[in-house]
Design a protein around this ligand. Structure first.
Ligand code: 13P
Length: 253
């Protein structure tokens, strides 16, 4: 059995004060007597600026804190960048890599995803590597090829031993922020492709344990159906994670 992971990607939302307010309201909701509260691994990924506020607010709770990006160099003249050691130093445990918005707007490529993945696992961060096709690719029947290519290149020269903590998020780009969700069956099919690719890169045993999250318009209303699919090991939630009640009800699906 793979333990489910429910992660919030806050994107470019919330100030430090708003981050503290969120945790004040959210933590009691996922730590109560409700038998579904805190059953799964919970991660919140705010902006760099709010990481410290989030780590402090979540200290001693069942919620871990992740970053939305990192840079692979150890240190140097890289204006605006933050590396794995810096994230660890403020108490971050997880990091999202290769989100489609970074690929789309900030020049992220399969090769930079690979460099970032290697630096995250080398440092001991838990990487959440995002893959997913755009609408034109799906309509052209290329979903399979795109997912295989993104995984193959992300995993290039990464050893199974080092990648034990790897998490992959399948986020079909056409479902992000659009209100269009992949059906549980569509997501499960895509996850099976990703798992097959992971088996080729890392071996079947690794692939059987690999957690693959679904992301793209996950809401309290559709979380249960998605999480009931055996192939879906959790969710990466954007918009619906900004409100403590809404994210808590996804966590408790
Ligand atoms: P939405 O949940 O807002 O569609 O965003 C999904 C996402 O991009 C999470 O990383």
């Amino acid at each position: 059995m793979r333990k489910k992971l429910i992660a919030a990607n806050w994107k470019m939302y919330k100030t430090p004060d708003q981050t503290r307010d969120f945790f004040h309201d959210f933590l009691p909701l996922v730590h109560g007597p409700d038998r579904n509260a805190g059953r799964d691994e919970i991660v919140v990924c705010p902006t760099y600026l709010c990481l410290e506020a989030a780590v402090t607010a979540a200290k001693g709770s069942n919620v871990a804190i992740g970053a939305q990006n990192l840079y692979w160099e150890k240190e140097g003249a890289f204006t605006g960048e933050v590396n794995a050691a810096m994230l660890l130093a403020v108490g971050v445990t997880h990091v999202i890599i290769g989100h489609s918005e970074r690929r789309q707007y900030f020049g992220e490529t399969d090769d930079t995803v690979n460099l970032k993945l290697k630096s995250a696992i080398e440092a001991g961060l838990i990487p959440i590597v995002c893959v997913g096709e755009v609408l034109e690719e799906r309509e052209a029947g290329l979903t399979d090829d795109v997912l295989r290519r993104q995984c193959l290149r992300a995993f290039h020269k990464v050893s199974a031993k080092k990648a034990v903590s790897l998490v992959v998020a399948y986020e079909p780009v056409w479902a992000i922020g659009t209100g269009k969700t992949a059906t549980p069956q569509m997501a499960a099919d895509a996850h099976a492709i990703i798992r097959a690719e992971a088996a080729e890169s890392f071996g079947q045993e690794f692939a059987d344990k690999l957690r693959i999250l679904y992301g793209g318009s996950v809401k309290p209303e559709n979380a249960h159906a998605l999480m009931s699919e055996e192939e879906i090991d959790g969710a990466l939630v954007g918009g619906a994670s900004l409100d403590p009640k809404s994210f808590a009800s996804i966590v408790k699906y």
